[in-house]
Design a protein. Sequence first.
Length: 279
Amino acid sequence: MNLTVKHLPPKASKIQLFQEQKVRTHWDDDKAKWYFSIIDVVAILTESPRPRKYWNALKTKLQEEGSELSQNMGQLKMTAEDGKMRFTDVADTEQLLRLIQSIPSPKAEPFKVWLAKVGYERIEETEDPELAFERAMATYLKKGYSKEWINQRLKSIEVRKELTDEWQERGMKEGLEYAILTNEITQAWSGKSVKEYKKLKGLKKENLRDNMSNLELVLNMLGEVSTTEISKENKPQGLDENKTVAYKGGGVAKKAKQEIEKQTGKPVLTEKSAKKTFE
């Protein structure tokens, strides 16, 4: 089985949590299956500081035993720790359940229950898309966010989806090119690159949008929705033309930011973050 995918559709890949630990996943609409990052699962079950080494050793052992399981594993591009899209070994639910049998762990049974829950919730969300938003709201509430902020954040996810759909239509590649274009929008409206913005808030791997204030989120959305509309009208070709459009879109939000700061006498960008607020 060859699952190698060059560019995953927006929202097909997502981070899911098992006991507050991250598991990278990908939903394949055509096959109606979840695929899970094996490295992430191994890290959870073994609590090994070097899960990749553990998985490589286990994979070699399975190959030597002639296991079909090791031969049927595929790879998908998923977001790595450095934020770049990299190929990683994945398994579907059935394969993962068989793989778990080869890993002695007290977390094996709870993880099996979690796998079943993930599959069931996906079926529910396919039949009723509103459930996905309800579950996202419940997750943010649990983390301590206000309902007002959560409503803005969920709206920003919708705006972002429309933007990445437009970038996909323009032939842009998910991963590096999306990151470059996002940086153009952020730089244009905020005056800071994504890296500088995260540094301001004391963030490393955390999601920047999850640490924006209501006002920052609104301005970021304005930059993204403006970029989407300008792109639809101009139909840019290639990365350079799309970068120009992204900067123009961010420029719309920049004007709004400047007017707000003029009227309030206060800077829009803040060092405040969810990390600092909830710690």
